[in-house]
Design a protein around this ligand. Structure first.
Ligand code: 5GP
Length: 192
């Protein structure tokens, strides 16, 4: 029990973390994101594509507030080494639904450099969906190295390392109900 109680500070892998976004703030935000989906996708039966692992908590709480028909799919990205010029390539695993002519909403935990979201976007666009959009719980605008169209953003945060609520630090911390930031000078998140 004690690890799940909110505390102001956490210590993990020799690093100090401080409470950044509380569980209640996250859930309030998720409720408003779900209302947007209910409104924007009414009668569209969208496919929600959950990007694992990080978005598992976000998506599970999000669908509690969704009251339209949706399909839910889970995707994983496998990294492998490309050629020297292409560097690391990520391949999508787990897609079983044909997305042609479907309304597709990608659910991400965090967009940092944007490279992952960009790659997913390109791969899905090739399937010619009726529409394609991205919802991310967290966005680090200052870290983007490639333009990414984020239609729905929970919180814009500075370029700092965060853990909790699905986001890990070497596979730890995903179970935390709140989001914590690695201790350095931290600035408050901006609600969208
Ligand atoms: P990208 O840089 O491609 O936008 O993000 C790649 C992945 O890096 C994200 O899906 C996430 O798993 C991880 N990542 C980026 N920033 C953070 C962060 O602040 N904390 C954690 N735990 N993971 C992050």
């Amino acid at each position: 029990m004690s690890s799940q109680l909110s505390s102001q500070k956490k210590f993990l892998n020799q690093k100090n973390f401080s409470l950044y976004i509380s569980s209640q703030e996250i859930l309030d935000k998720i409720q408003s994101l779900a209302s947007l989906i209910n409104h924007d996708y009414a009668d569209k039966k969208p496919v929600l594509l959950v990007i694992l692992n990080g978005a598992f908590r976000f998506s599970a709480d999000l669908v509690r507030y969704i009251d339209i028909d949706v399909e839910i799919q889970f995707l994983r990205l496998a990294s492998y080494k490309g050629t020297e010029s292409t560097g690391e390539i990520k391949k999508i695993l787990g897609l079983t639904t044909h997305l042609a002519d479907r309304h597709v909403l990608i659910l991400e935990d965090i967009v940092d450099t944007g490279l992952t979201a960009h790659q997913i976007w390109q791969d899905l666009q090739a399937q010619k969906p009726a529409s394609l959009a991205l919802m991310t719980l967290l966005l680090k605008p200052d870290a983007l190295s490639i333009p990414v169209e984020c239609a729905y953003v929970g919180f814009s945060i500075p370029n700092q390392f965060v853990v909790g609520y699905g986001l890990d630090f070497d596979q730890q911390g995903r179970e935390w109900n709140d989001i914590y930031v690695a201790e350095e000078a931290s600035q408050p998140p901006k609600g969208e």
